[in-house]
Design a protein around this ligand. Sequence first.
Ligand SMILES: [Zn+2]
Ligand SMILES: [Zn+2]
Length: 279
Amino acid sequence: MIAKLVGVHMPIKNGLGGAIRQGHKIGCTAVQVFTKSPQLWKAKPISDEMVADYKLACSETGISSVMCHDSYLINLAAAGEELREKSIAGLTDEMNRCAQYGITLLNSHMGAHVGQGVDEGIRLLIKGAKSALENSDPSVMLVMETTAATGTSLGATFEQLRAVLDGLHGDKRVAVCIDTCHIFAAGYDIRTAETFNQTFTKFDEIVGFDRLVGVHCNDSIGGLGSKKDRHAHVGEGEIGEEGFRILVNDKRFEFIPIMLETPIENEGHERDLAKLKSF
Ligand SMILES: [Zn+2]
Ligand SMILES: [Zn+2]
């Protein structure tokens, strides 16, 4: 494995500091966290102690590559004004929470057009993102996660990501995170060297590697183009080991944080992490 930044989405029951320490213990060199419950709108304020403990954990462990994942409730392209405004405020708050910790990357699913059509969805998404960027700390980047094309979710094609980047006039605070399960379920094959290279040549042409700041490293329970967002352990899903072996040995991904979001039962993360390192 030539990838230098490999890790796991860690639980925060012992705070973000606890997530970093536990991640280090199981062999992470990068960590993903939530700063609040992803199922709720409301969030506990962040105290100075919470920030201090997080920063101490980072310096103790040497982990500096940390990405935050936003709430699942946020939909910048929601059909109703009220939910849309709530989503924009929620995203802005998530970005400012990151800034409090000194985390520079906030990964977001951005939204779904819920029947309004892709074009209208993208338009609303751009409008919402623009507002969140304007009203949040400039140290934090908004990272659009590729989706599995489930339902009406946006961001499932490289062209849609490009449309958002263009709509935000190439704002340098906007970046992209590839979820291997999601792109595979959305129809991008990465199972062999040939298909992997085809997919990432296309990604580079349309989105650009200069915009890539993270990878979610998940195998897929659903088949190619199944549109199912169901994560499997590395090598145990429809993608299979080969695609991941290629990923962690590709020079282009050497310094991109590659993070597992696979099931945690039976020390699943440790197994998946060990497997990646063996490649
Ligand atoms: Zn996600
Ligand atoms: Zn993901």
